[in-house]
Ligand binder design. Structure first.
Ligand SMILES: [Zn+2]
Length: 109
């Protein structure tokens, strides 16, 4: 087997197995959908989480306006959402908007 299943989010057991669309932990009985484990990654592959700070890596036109989110803009407190624009955030000087994770880079530390 070359594919590694994710460890159980409850007890961290690595003996998880697949049952239909579910992943099952034989040790604590936890069942979950692997989709819920899908991670949003930034332009360079860092895993993003709610509350992270990111910088924009290219100029992004704000749909329906003449505003542009400039490359290097720092955005704090992102929130991950479903959809094409998978980051919901408040951009300084622009306001609440959606960003695509492939156009941002996580700020470490
Ligand atoms: Zn478990």
């Amino acid at each position: 087997m070359t594919r590694t299943l994710p460890a159980c989010p409850d007890c961290a057991s690595t003996f998880t197995y697949e049952m239909d669309a579910l992943l099952v932990c034989p040790e604590c009985g936890h069942e979950w959908t692997p989709q819920a484990e899908a991670r949003v990654r930034d332009a360079v592959g860092n895993i993003l989480s709610d509350g992270d700070t990111v910088t924009v890596i290219k100029d992004l036109k704000v749909r329906g306006t003449s505003s542009v989110v400039k490359v290097g803009t720092k955005v704090r407190g992102i929130r991950l959402v479903e959809g094409d624009h998978d980051i919901d955030c408040k951009v300084p000087g622009i306001g609440q908007m959606g960003l695509k994770s492939q156009f941002v880079k996580k700020v470490s530390g």
